[in-house]
Design a protein around this ligand. Structure first.
Ligand code: 3PY
Ligand code: MG
Length: 256
């Protein structure tokens, strides 16, 4: 079997527009519906959602037949957890709360086999290698992994230039909710100071030659961020979609 190619990473490199969705409901059937819905990428959230390596594995398997690129967001920077998600078959990881270059370097190393990194080797145990069925997996894995770091704190903004200089960082994704909280505007991602900080960060990411991404649910704002150079966006989440549709349907049939 040939090495699976990471087309999300390739499109990031050429700045093709990619639209994604957060998926946190930890359910393989829900994942399968979303995998066929037309998004370029989906990210399985294991930071805020009740996911673990076993539930992530089931969702990666559910999405596998569909032409959608899968990302995983681990709950921490723990290299052992990163290893499990890579072995389960995720090639692109979205790492939350990356605050400086040292953290970004450690993450890039956690994702790579030696000598570039410290990822442990067990291709016979790894779905990513089709359990030794992928010819030359261990030799090719480092070039297919993709590291997207989230900058979402004041410190991350302060240290952004250092983070951008890290070679193993493929892209930077801005998290408006955490950034708003860190800037003193908890629950106000649309606050002018937060908006200005996001726009400044996008400009700096693009100027440094890295791909820039952001969470944005408003199409007009997404268009503005695209103008500034953002090339990938997450435009919502599975629970948001379900709740919105459920409230609307119930309201349409109720008397009051
Ligand atoms: C945030 O907004 O903080 C996120 O992590 C996702 O966009
Ligand atoms: Mg966040």
């Amino acid at each position: 079997m040939d090495m699976p190619r990471n087309s999300f990473k390739r499109r990031l490199a050429t700045r093709q527009w990619q639209v994604g969705l957060f998926v946190g409901m930890a359910n393989a059937c829900g994942m399968e519906i979303l995998a066929g819905a037309g998004f370029d990428w989906l990210v399985i959230d294991a930071e805020h959602s009740p996911n673990n390596p076993a539930s992530v594995l089931a969702q990666l398997q559910a999405a596998a037949p569909y032409p959608v690129q899968m990302l995983v967001r681990p709950m921490s920077h723990d290299p052992a957890l990163i290893k499990q998600y890579l072995d389960a078959g995720a090639q692109t990881l979205l790492l939350p709360m990356v605050d400086d270059a040292a953290q970004a370097i450690a993450l890039a190393r956690a994702m790579r086999y030696p000598p570039e990194g410290i990822r442990g080797v067990a291709a016979s145990m790894a779905r990513a290698a089709h359990w030794n069925g992928v010819t030359g997996y261990v030799k090719q894995a480092n070039s297919e992994v993709c590291l997207v770091v989230q900058v979402e704190t004041r410190q991350g903004l302060d240290k952004l230039d250092g983070i951008l200089a890290v070679e193993g960082v493929d892209a930077v994704f801005i998290g408006p909710a955490d950034l708003a909280a860190s800037l003193g505007h908890l629950g106000e991602s649309g606050h002018p100071e937060v908006r200005a900080a996001i726009e400044d960060a996008l400009r700096r990411i693009v100027a440094a030659g890295k791909a820039a991404g952001v969470f944005v649910t408003d199409p007009d704002l997404a268009a503005r961020y695209r103008e500034l150079g953002a090339s990938f966006v997450a435009v919502g989440g599975d629970a948001m979609l379900l709740r919105g549709a459920a409230l609307k349907l119930a309201a349409a049939f109720r008397d009051n």
